[in-house]
Design a binder for this molecule. Sequence first.
Ligand code: ATP
Ligand code: MG
Length: 385
Amino acid sequence: MENEEKKIPQVMLTGDRPTGRLHIGHYVGSLRRRVELQNQGGFDEMYIMIADTQALTDNAGNVTKIRDNVLEVALDYLSAGIDPNKVTIFVQSRVPELFELTCYFMDLVTVARLERNPTVKNELKMRGFEESIPVGFQCYPISQAADILAFGTTIVPAGEDQEPMVEQAQEIAHKFNSLYGEVFVEPKIMLPENEASRRLPGTDGKAKMSKSLGNCIYLSDDEATVNKKVKSMFTDQTHLRAEDPGHTENNPVFIYLEAFATDDHFKRFYPEFPNLAALEAAYRKGGIGDVRVKQFLAAVLNDTLNPIRARRHEWENKVADVYQILEQGSIKAEAKAKEVTIRARRAMQIDYFENRKNIEKQQKAYLKAHKQEEAYQAYLAKQKH
Ligand code: ATP
Ligand code: MG
Protein backbone atom coordinates (compact mmCIF):
# COMPACT_ATOMS: atom_id res chain seq x y z
CA MET A 1 0.00 0.00 0.00
CA GLU A 2 2.78 2.39 1.01
CA ASN A 3 4.66 1.53 -2.15
CA GLU A 4 1.60 2.22 -4.20
CA GLU A 5 1.25 5.65 -2.63
CA LYS A 6 4.82 6.50 -3.52
CA LYS A 7 4.47 5.40 -7.12
CA ILE A 8 5.19 8.28 -9.49
CA PRO A 9 2.29 8.75 -11.94
CA GLN A 10 3.31 7.93 -15.50
CA VAL A 11 2.80 11.09 -17.55
CA MET A 12 3.41 11.60 -21.26
CA LEU A 13 3.86 15.07 -22.73
CA THR A 14 4.93 16.28 -26.16
CA GLY A 15 4.20 19.23 -28.35
CA ASP A 16 4.59 20.86 -31.71
CA ARG A 17 5.13 24.42 -32.83
CA PRO A 18 2.16 25.76 -34.84
CA THR A 19 4.44 27.04 -37.62
CA GLY A 20 2.79 24.90 -40.30
CA ARG A 21 0.82 21.76 -40.87
CA LEU A 22 2.38 18.56 -39.58
CA HIS A 23 4.46 16.47 -41.94
CA ILE A 24 5.50 12.82 -42.21
CA GLY A 25 8.66 13.62 -40.18
CA HIS A 26 6.45 14.56 -37.23
CA TYR A 27 4.42 11.45 -37.82
CA VAL A 28 7.28 8.95 -37.61
CA GLY A 29 9.32 11.02 -35.13
CA SER A 30 6.59 11.40 -32.55
CA LEU A 31 2.93 11.45 -33.58
CA ARG A 32 2.69 7.76 -34.52
CA ARG A 33 4.19 6.86 -31.14
CA ARG A 34 1.74 9.10 -29.29
CA VAL A 35 -1.20 7.31 -30.88
CA GLU A 36 0.29 3.90 -30.00
CA LEU A 37 0.91 4.95 -26.40
CA GLN A 38 -2.61 6.34 -26.17
CA ASN A 39 -4.09 3.08 -27.39
CA GLN A 40 -1.89 0.92 -25.14
CA GLY A 41 -3.29 2.86 -22.17
CA GLY A 42 -0.17 2.59 -19.98
CA PHE A 43 -0.11 6.24 -18.88
CA ASP A 44 -1.92 7.86 -15.98
CA GLU A 45 -2.03 11.18 -17.83
CA MET A 46 -1.23 12.20 -21.40
CA TYR A 47 -0.73 15.75 -22.68
CA ILE A 48 -0.07 17.20 -26.10
CA MET A 49 0.75 20.87 -26.29
CA ILE A 50 0.48 23.24 -29.21
CA ALA A 51 3.50 25.43 -28.52
CA ASP A 52 2.24 28.79 -29.79
CA THR A 53 4.35 30.87 -27.41
CA GLN A 54 7.46 29.00 -28.47
CA ALA A 55 6.51 29.44 -32.14
CA LEU A 56 6.26 33.20 -31.55
CA THR A 57 9.89 33.33 -30.37
CA ASP A 58 11.02 33.35 -33.99
CA ASN A 59 7.75 34.58 -35.53
CA ALA A 60 6.93 37.81 -33.66
CA GLY A 61 6.00 39.47 -36.94
CA ASN A 62 3.96 36.50 -38.12
CA VAL A 63 1.11 36.24 -35.66
CA THR A 64 -1.47 35.32 -38.30
CA LYS A 65 0.62 32.33 -39.37
CA ILE A 66 0.81 31.09 -35.79
CA ARG A 67 -2.89 31.75 -35.14
CA ASP A 68 -3.96 29.86 -38.28
CA ASN A 69 -1.69 26.91 -37.61
CA VAL A 70 -3.00 26.29 -34.11
CA LEU A 71 -6.13 24.96 -35.81
CA GLU A 72 -4.14 23.11 -38.51
CA VAL A 73 -1.95 21.29 -35.97
CA ALA A 74 -5.02 20.40 -33.90
CA LEU A 75 -6.68 19.00 -37.05
CA ASP A 76 -3.52 16.99 -37.77
CA TYR A 77 -3.57 15.48 -34.26
CA LEU A 78 -7.20 14.46 -34.49
CA SER A 79 -6.70 13.10 -38.01
CA ALA A 80 -3.69 11.06 -36.95
CA GLY A 81 -5.87 9.34 -34.35
CA ILE A 82 -5.32 11.30 -31.14
CA ASP A 83 -8.44 10.85 -29.02
CA PRO A 84 -9.26 13.96 -26.98
CA ASN A 85 -11.03 11.77 -24.41
CA LYS A 86 -7.76 10.06 -23.62
CA VAL A 87 -5.24 12.82 -24.29
CA THR A 88 -5.41 16.43 -23.05
CA ILE A 89 -4.66 18.65 -26.04
CA PHE A 90 -3.91 22.22 -24.96
CA VAL A 91 -2.49 25.53 -26.10
CA GLN A 92 0.70 26.69 -24.38
CA SER A 93 -0.20 30.39 -24.04
CA ARG A 94 -3.41 29.51 -22.17
CA VAL A 95 -1.45 28.05 -19.26
CA PRO A 96 0.20 31.08 -17.61
CA GLU A 97 1.83 28.94 -14.89
CA LEU A 98 4.28 27.81 -17.58
CA PHE A 99 5.64 31.34 -17.85
CA GLU A 100 5.89 31.73 -14.10
CA LEU A 101 7.98 28.55 -13.91
CA THR A 102 10.07 29.72 -16.87
CA CYS A 103 11.07 32.81 -14.87
CA TYR A 104 12.17 30.78 -11.85
CA PHE A 105 14.05 28.31 -14.06
CA MET A 106 15.91 31.13 -15.82
CA ASP A 107 17.77 31.71 -12.56
CA LEU A 108 19.03 28.11 -12.60
CA VAL A 109 20.67 28.13 -16.06
CA THR A 110 23.76 30.02 -17.24
CA VAL A 111 23.93 31.91 -20.52
CA ALA A 112 26.91 29.72 -21.51
CA ARG A 113 24.85 26.56 -20.95
CA LEU A 114 22.05 27.93 -23.15
CA GLU A 115 24.47 28.84 -25.91
CA ARG A 116 25.88 25.30 -25.98
CA ASN A 117 22.54 23.72 -27.01
CA PRO A 118 23.36 22.07 -30.38
CA THR A 119 19.77 22.09 -31.69
CA VAL A 120 19.35 25.80 -30.97
CA LYS A 121 22.78 26.54 -32.48
CA ASN A 122 21.74 24.77 -35.65
CA GLU A 123 18.34 26.49 -35.77
CA LEU A 124 19.97 29.90 -35.31
CA LYS A 125 22.23 29.17 -38.25
CA MET A 126 19.31 28.02 -40.40
CA ARG A 127 17.28 31.12 -39.57
CA GLY A 128 20.23 33.46 -40.20
CA PHE A 129 19.60 35.39 -36.97
CA GLU A 130 23.31 36.12 -36.43
CA GLU A 131 23.46 39.20 -34.18
CA SER A 132 19.71 39.70 -33.91
CA ILE A 133 18.69 36.65 -31.91
CA PRO A 134 15.42 37.25 -30.05
CA VAL A 135 15.95 36.67 -26.31
CA GLY A 136 12.85 34.46 -26.27
CA PHE A 137 14.29 32.22 -28.97
CA GLN A 138 17.64 31.78 -27.25
CA CYS A 139 15.81 30.92 -24.03
CA TYR A 140 13.16 28.61 -25.45
CA PRO A 141 14.79 25.45 -24.04
CA ILE A 142 14.11 26.90 -20.57
CA SER A 143 10.48 27.55 -21.32
CA GLN A 144 10.27 24.08 -22.87
CA ALA A 145 11.65 22.67 -19.62
CA ALA A 146 8.79 24.44 -17.83
CA ASP A 147 6.28 22.88 -20.28
CA ILE A 148 7.66 19.43 -19.53
CA LEU A 149 8.19 19.78 -15.78
CA ALA A 150 4.89 21.53 -15.00
CA PHE A 151 3.00 18.30 -15.63
CA GLY A 152 5.26 15.85 -13.79
CA THR A 153 6.15 14.41 -17.19
CA THR A 154 7.98 11.07 -17.12
CA ILE A 155 8.15 10.40 -20.89
CA VAL A 156 8.57 12.72 -23.89
CA PRO A 157 8.13 10.86 -27.20
CA ALA A 158 10.09 12.98 -29.72
CA GLY A 159 12.64 13.04 -32.52
CA GLU A 160 16.35 13.24 -31.78
CA ASP A 161 16.50 17.04 -32.23
CA GLN A 162 14.68 17.16 -28.89
CA GLU A 163 17.36 15.29 -26.94
CA PRO A 164 19.16 18.48 -25.81
CA MET A 165 15.82 19.96 -24.68
CA VAL A 166 14.94 16.98 -22.52
CA GLU A 167 18.49 16.99 -21.09
CA GLN A 168 18.06 20.67 -20.22
CA ALA A 169 14.78 19.86 -18.49
CA GLN A 170 16.45 17.06 -16.51
CA GLU A 171 19.21 19.42 -15.38
CA ILE A 172 16.73 22.09 -14.31
CA ALA A 173 14.64 19.57 -12.37
CA HIS A 174 17.77 18.29 -10.66
CA LYS A 175 19.04 21.77 -9.81
CA PHE A 176 15.67 22.93 -8.51
CA ASN A 177 15.16 19.82 -6.40
CA SER A 178 18.63 20.01 -4.87
CA LEU A 179 18.28 23.72 -4.08
CA TYR A 180 14.69 23.80 -2.79
CA GLY A 181 13.52 20.21 -2.23
CA GLU A 182 11.89 17.52 -4.38
CA VAL A 183 9.19 19.03 -6.57
CA PHE A 184 9.98 18.07 -10.16
CA VAL A 185 10.25 14.68 -11.85
CA GLU A 186 13.22 14.16 -14.19
CA PRO A 187 11.74 13.30 -17.61
CA LYS A 188 13.09 10.85 -20.19
CA ILE A 189 12.95 11.12 -23.97
CA MET A 190 11.43 8.23 -25.93
CA LEU A 191 13.06 8.14 -29.37
CA PRO A 192 11.55 6.17 -32.25
CA GLU A 193 12.87 2.59 -32.29
CA ASN A 194 13.54 2.85 -35.98
CA GLU A 195 16.73 4.83 -36.77
CA ALA A 196 15.27 6.44 -39.93
CA SER A 197 12.38 7.91 -37.95
CA ARG A 198 14.53 9.81 -35.45
CA ARG A 199 15.34 12.55 -37.95
CA LEU A 200 13.56 12.05 -41.24
CA PRO A 201 15.40 13.95 -44.02
CA GLY A 202 13.62 16.39 -46.34
CA THR A 203 12.47 15.51 -49.85
CA ASP A 204 15.44 17.66 -50.99
CA GLY A 205 17.84 15.33 -49.20
CA LYS A 206 18.56 17.92 -46.47
CA ALA A 207 19.27 16.50 -43.02
CA LYS A 208 15.80 17.25 -41.59
CA MET A 209 12.31 17.56 -42.95
CA SER A 210 11.20 20.80 -41.36
CA LYS A 211 8.20 23.09 -41.69
CA SER A 212 10.55 26.04 -41.87
CA LEU A 213 12.58 24.57 -44.76
CA GLY A 214 9.75 23.80 -47.21
CA ASN A 215 10.96 20.25 -47.90
CA CYS A 216 7.98 18.42 -46.46
CA ILE A 217 5.34 15.90 -47.35
CA TYR A 218 2.38 16.97 -45.23
CA LEU A 219 -0.07 14.61 -43.58
CA SER A 220 -2.78 16.58 -45.33
CA ASP A 221 -1.25 16.41 -48.84
CA ASP A 222 -3.57 14.71 -51.32
CA GLU A 223 -2.60 11.68 -53.35
CA ALA A 224 -1.57 13.63 -56.48
CA THR A 225 0.65 15.95 -54.42
CA VAL A 226 2.34 13.03 -52.66
CA ASN A 227 2.96 11.32 -56.02
CA LYS A 228 4.48 14.52 -57.41
CA LYS A 229 6.67 15.17 -54.39
CA VAL A 230 7.95 11.59 -54.32
CA LYS A 231 8.66 11.69 -58.06
CA SER A 232 10.93 14.71 -57.66
CA MET A 233 12.71 13.38 -54.57
CA PHE A 234 16.47 13.10 -54.27
CA THR A 235 17.80 9.56 -54.53
CA ASP A 236 21.28 8.13 -55.11
CA GLN A 237 23.04 10.62 -57.41
CA THR A 238 25.39 7.90 -58.71
CA HIS A 239 22.54 5.60 -59.73
CA LEU A 240 22.02 6.90 -63.28
CA ARG A 241 20.67 3.80 -65.03
CA ALA A 242 18.54 1.00 -63.60
CA GLU A 243 21.33 -1.52 -64.27
CA ASP A 244 23.85 0.43 -62.15
CA PRO A 245 24.50 -0.70 -58.59
CA GLY A 246 22.80 1.75 -56.23
CA HIS A 247 23.37 3.06 -52.71
CA THR A 248 20.62 2.76 -50.13
CA GLU A 249 22.39 4.55 -47.28
CA ASN A 250 21.81 8.33 -47.19
CA ASN A 251 19.24 7.79 -49.92
CA PRO A 252 16.06 9.60 -48.77
CA VAL A 253 13.77 7.24 -50.72
CA PHE A 254 15.15 4.24 -48.83
CA ILE A 255 15.18 6.14 -45.54
CA TYR A 256 11.45 6.87 -46.00
CA LEU A 257 10.82 3.23 -46.84
CA GLU A 258 12.63 2.21 -43.66
CA ALA A 259 10.36 4.53 -41.69
CA PHE A 260 7.09 3.52 -43.37
CA ALA A 261 7.15 0.28 -45.39
CA THR A 262 5.83 -2.89 -43.78
CA ASP A 263 6.01 -6.45 -45.12
CA ASP A 264 2.30 -6.16 -45.79
CA HIS A 265 2.99 -3.16 -48.05
CA PHE A 266 5.39 -5.35 -50.04
CA LYS A 267 2.77 -8.04 -50.37
CA ARG A 268 0.23 -5.54 -51.70
CA PHE A 269 2.34 -3.12 -53.76
CA TYR A 270 5.69 -4.80 -54.58
CA PRO A 271 5.18 -8.58 -54.42
CA GLU A 272 8.49 -9.29 -56.17
CA PHE A 273 10.16 -8.70 -52.80
CA PRO A 274 9.14 -10.06 -49.40
CA ASN A 275 10.55 -7.14 -47.41
CA LEU A 276 12.76 -4.05 -47.45
CA ALA A 277 16.01 -5.94 -46.83
CA ALA A 278 15.43 -7.94 -50.03
CA LEU A 279 14.64 -4.82 -52.09
CA GLU A 280 17.71 -3.05 -50.70
CA ALA A 281 19.97 -5.96 -51.60
CA ALA A 282 18.62 -5.99 -55.17
CA TYR A 283 18.98 -2.19 -55.51
CA ARG A 284 22.59 -2.32 -54.34
CA LYS A 285 23.35 -5.09 -56.81
CA GLY A 286 21.85 -3.18 -59.74
CA GLY A 287 18.83 -3.72 -61.96
CA ILE A 288 16.21 -1.78 -59.99
CA GLY A 289 15.05 1.55 -61.40
CA ASP A 290 14.37 4.56 -59.16
CA VAL A 291 11.02 5.14 -60.87
CA ARG A 292 9.71 1.77 -59.65
CA VAL A 293 11.02 2.27 -56.11
CA LYS A 294 9.45 5.73 -56.00
CA GLN A 295 6.13 4.31 -57.22
CA PHE A 296 6.26 1.86 -54.35
CA LEU A 297 7.13 4.60 -51.84
CA ALA A 298 4.23 6.76 -53.07
CA ALA A 299 1.85 3.77 -52.69
CA VAL A 300 3.11 3.14 -49.15
CA LEU A 301 2.75 6.79 -48.15
CA ASN A 302 -0.70 7.13 -49.68
CA ASP A 303 -1.81 3.94 -47.96
CA THR A 304 -0.60 5.35 -44.61
CA LEU A 305 -2.12 8.78 -45.22
CA ASN A 306 -5.52 7.66 -46.54
CA PRO A 307 -7.23 7.12 -43.18
CA ILE A 308 -5.61 10.31 -41.86
CA ARG A 309 -6.98 12.29 -44.82
CA ALA A 310 -10.44 10.84 -44.32
CA ARG A 311 -10.54 11.79 -40.63
CA ARG A 312 -9.21 15.28 -41.43
CA HIS A 313 -12.01 15.79 -43.92
CA GLU A 314 -14.55 15.08 -41.17
CA TRP A 315 -12.92 17.33 -38.57
CA GLU A 316 -12.51 20.18 -41.07
CA ASN A 317 -16.31 20.49 -41.00
CA LYS A 318 -16.30 20.86 -37.20
CA VAL A 319 -13.95 23.75 -36.55
CA ALA A 320 -15.87 25.06 -33.53
CA ASP A 321 -15.70 21.59 -31.95
CA VAL A 322 -11.94 21.53 -32.47
CA TYR A 323 -11.56 24.86 -30.66
CA GLN A 324 -13.74 23.55 -27.87
CA ILE A 325 -11.46 20.54 -27.47
CA LEU A 326 -8.50 22.93 -27.19
CA GLU A 327 -10.30 25.15 -24.70
CA GLN A 328 -11.37 22.27 -22.47
CA GLY A 329 -7.88 20.76 -22.71
CA SER A 330 -6.28 24.07 -21.77
CA ILE A 331 -8.51 24.40 -18.69
CA LYS A 332 -7.58 20.88 -17.59
CA ALA A 333 -3.88 21.45 -18.28
CA GLU A 334 -3.91 24.68 -16.32
CA ALA A 335 -5.40 22.96 -13.28
CA LYS A 336 -2.55 20.43 -13.27
CA ALA A 337 0.18 23.01 -13.92
CA LYS A 338 -1.21 25.15 -11.10
CA GLU A 339 -0.95 22.27 -8.62
CA VAL A 340 2.70 21.74 -9.48
CA THR A 341 3.45 25.48 -9.51
CA ILE A 342 1.96 25.90 -6.03
CA ARG A 343 4.31 23.16 -4.81
CA ALA A 344 7.25 24.93 -6.49
CA ARG A 345 6.33 28.25 -4.83
CA ARG A 346 6.11 26.53 -1.47
CA ALA A 347 9.54 24.94 -1.94
CA MET A 348 10.99 28.33 -2.93
CA GLN A 349 9.35 29.95 0.11
CA ILE A 350 7.49 32.48 -2.01
CA ASP A 351 4.11 31.21 -0.86
CA TYR A 352 3.82 34.38 1.29
CA PHE A 353 0.10 34.41 1.96
CA GLU A 354 -0.45 30.68 2.38
CA ASN A 355 2.47 30.07 4.74
CA ARG A 356 0.74 30.56 8.12
CA LYS A 357 3.74 29.21 10.02
CA ASN A 358 6.01 31.87 8.62
CA ILE A 359 3.52 34.64 9.32
CA GLU A 360 3.30 33.44 12.92
CA LYS A 361 7.06 33.19 13.28
CA GLN A 362 7.60 36.74 12.05
CA GLN A 363 4.81 38.02 14.30
CA LYS A 364 6.24 36.21 17.30
CA ALA A 365 9.66 37.72 16.73
CA TYR A 366 8.21 41.25 16.71
CA LEU A 367 6.07 40.71 19.78
CA LYS A 368 9.12 39.40 21.59
CA ALA A 369 11.14 42.42 20.52
CA HIS A 370 8.35 44.65 21.81
CA LYS A 371 8.28 42.65 25.04
CA GLN A 372 4.61 41.87 24.54
CA GLU A 373 4.67 38.22 25.52
CA GLU A 374 1.18 38.47 26.99
CA ALA A 375 -0.20 39.89 23.81
CA TYR A 376 1.51 37.06 22.02
CA GLN A 377 -0.17 34.41 24.18
CA ALA A 378 -3.53 36.08 23.52
CA TYR A 379 -2.72 36.19 19.86
CA LEU A 380 -1.87 32.47 19.86
CA ALA A 381 -5.09 31.62 21.67
CA LYS A 382 -7.03 33.58 19.09
CA GLN A 383 -5.31 31.73 16.27
CA LYS A 384 -6.41 28.42 17.79
CA HIS A 385 -10.12 29.30 17.61
P1 ATP B 1 10.01 24.19 -37.01
O1 ATP B 1 10.76 24.21 -38.30
O2 ATP B 1 9.01 25.29 -36.85
O3 ATP B 1 10.90 24.02 -35.80
P2 ATP B 1 9.60 21.36 -37.09
O4 ATP B 1 9.21 20.79 -38.40
O5 ATP B 1 11.01 21.23 -36.63
O6 ATP B 1 9.12 22.88 -37.10
P3 ATP B 1 8.62 20.98 -34.40
O7 ATP B 1 7.27 21.50 -34.05
O8 ATP B 1 9.82 21.76 -34.00
O9 ATP B 1 8.64 20.74 -35.98
O10 ATP B 1 8.79 19.48 -33.85
C1 ATP B 1 7.73 18.73 -33.29
C2 ATP B 1 8.10 17.29 -33.04
O11 ATP B 1 8.34 16.59 -34.26
C3 ATP B 1 9.36 17.07 -32.21
O12 ATP B 1 9.16 15.95 -31.38
C4 ATP B 1 10.43 16.75 -33.22
O13 ATP B 1 11.46 15.94 -32.69
C5 ATP B 1 9.63 15.98 -34.26
N1 ATP B 1 10.19 16.18 -35.60
C6 ATP B 1 10.20 17.32 -36.32
N2 ATP B 1 10.81 17.13 -37.51
C7 ATP B 1 11.17 15.82 -37.53
C8 ATP B 1 11.84 15.00 -38.50
N3 ATP B 1 12.23 15.49 -39.67
N4 ATP B 1 12.06 13.69 -38.20
C9 ATP B 1 11.66 13.17 -37.01
N5 ATP B 1 11.03 13.90 -36.06
C10 ATP B 1 10.79 15.20 -36.31
MG1 MG C 1 11.67 22.28 -34.74
